[in-house]
Design a protein around this ligand. Structure first.
Ligand SMILES: NC(=O)c1ccc[n+]([C@@H]2O[C@H](COP(=O)([O-])OP(=O)(O)OC[C@H]3O[C@@H](n4cnc5c(N)ncnc54)[C@H](OP(=O)(O)O)[C@@H]3O)[C@@H](O)[C@H]2O)c1
Length: 370
């Protein structure tokens, strides 16, 4: 396979400017890495949020900055020590924006081989690219068992372990923001009884979304989809009827930057219940949510598998992904495909920022850049 010396990358040259396309060197893999020809990259809210302060100060470590944490493509070169991948493999990968060579909004990227998963032939590159960040973030906030003080996860029993397959059977789960990417994986796919129903067994699975997304969420395993435009009071009053009076001991907020969504999760929980909120730290949610009282506990997450306290859980997850896809237990998000490769990404990010993406993941094909 011929590897070019240069490639097209999407780059940010300065804060608060649009991304532009630039010719950059194709990086070479280190001993434990693979070089991937990126066939599809998926966009996330962080890709637009990091353009401006204050998030630019947090996320951008070097300039020019290349965005993109989700990708799928073909392995074109392997490092000297890589045993589990070979040239030609179709993989999905979790990119990282700490260094330009790891980011996925470009035609070639480097990734540690251990943070890749083989994609079955039934799954397209576009579909596979929707998976990594959303799935990883959900899995880490629920299941990361690391004893490190930095781990703010709920430390539930992982669905891939025998105990996790039965521990929550028949208990209700409530997911706020079920149509978001994280909501679709977190609630409907990772937490049974949806696609992983045979592994854990929450029931019922109640979620909030726009009514036109109800059939999608039911197809993923939700049992009740409540219109997200309803007041918290109205939703809370209906929950006991849906659960048949069973206490809700688990809730998941997939849209954490809406304070009322966080409060809905908090208020739906029974005393002693567990609430997952997908922000890195309690300081990112209102204080009355971070300190909910009644023995309720709140879990937080930073969606990276490259931290000392997230690596082990990340590796355990990556070992599952191919099998889950082969068995149809894990289904990718519906895809909203951009035209013009990397050149379409500014438009895709504008749609995301304006909340005009619903129930889908926005995907670009870097090799089709005009
Ligand atoms: N902590 C981390 O490391 C980490 C990692 C990744 C993402 N995140 C965060 O997780 C959140 C979700 O990301 P994403 O990529 O999954 O977002 P997304 O797919 O872009 O979310 C869009 C969806 O949000 C739903 N939504 C918006 N407001 C809602 C509300 N008030 N109640 C219920 N649903 C609502 C909409 O549902 P309808 O279409 O049904 O109206 C829409 O489909 C973002 O805030 C992101 O920053 C955190």
């Amino acid at each position: 396979m011929t590897i070019p010396k240069t490639q097209k990358s999407l780059v940010l040259l300065e804060e608060s400017t649009p991304y532009v396309i630039s010719e950059t060197p194709v990086p070479r893999p280190g001993p434990a890495d693979v070089l991937v020809k990126i066939m599809a990259c998926a966009l996330n809210p962080v890709d637009w949020a990091c353009v401006d302060p204050p998030y630019s100060k947090i996320f951008i470590k070097s300039w020019p900055f290349v965005p993109g944490t989700d990708g799928a493509g073909r392995v074109v070169e392997i490092g000297a020590d890589v045993q589990n991948r070979k040239v030609g493999d179709r993989i999905l990968l979790k990119g990282d924006t700490g260094e330009a060579k790891w980011a996925t909004c470009q035609q070639y990227a480097i990734v540690p081989a251990e943070f890749t998963a083989i994609i079955p032939d039934t799954i397209t590159f576009d579909e596979a690219a929707t998976i990594p960040l959303a799935l990883i973030t959900d899995v880490l906030v629920l299941y990361n068992q690391s004893p490190a003080p930095e781990n703010l996860s709920l430390r539930l029993k992982p669905v891939w372990e025998p105990e996790g397959a039965t521990a929550y059977a028949g208990t209700p789960a409530f997911i706020i923001g079920g149509a978001s990417s994280l909501g679709q994986y977190g609630e409907c796919r990772c937490i049974p009884p949806s696609t992983l129903a045979r592994m854990a067994g929450h029931h019922p699975i109640i979620t909030t979304a726009s009514p036109y997304n109800a059939s999608l969420l039911v197809s993923l395993g939700a049992t009740h989809v409540l219109d997200r435009s309803r007041s918290n009071e109205s939703i809370l009053s209906e929950l006991p009827t849906i659960t048949g009076g069973k206490a809700i001991e688990f809730a998941f907020v997939a849209v954490p930057f809406y304070p009322e969504a966080c409060r809905l999760g908090r208020d739906a929980l029974a005393p002693g219940g567990a609430l997952a909120i997908v922000v890195p730290h309690p300081s990112r949610v209102p204080e009355d949510v971070a300190n909910p009282g009644d023995g309720k506990r709140v879990g937080y997450v930073w969606g990276s598998v490259r931290l000392p306290h997230t690596r082990e859980c990340g590796l355990a997850l990556f070992k599952q992904i191919t099998g889950w896809l082969e068995k149809g237990l894990l289904k990718p998000n519906p895809v909203d495909l951009l035209a013009n490769g990397l050149a379409g990404i500014n438009e895709g990010l504008a749609k995301l920022k304006a909340n005009k993406v619903s129930g889908k993941k926005v995907v670009a094909r870097p090799q089709e850049t005009i």
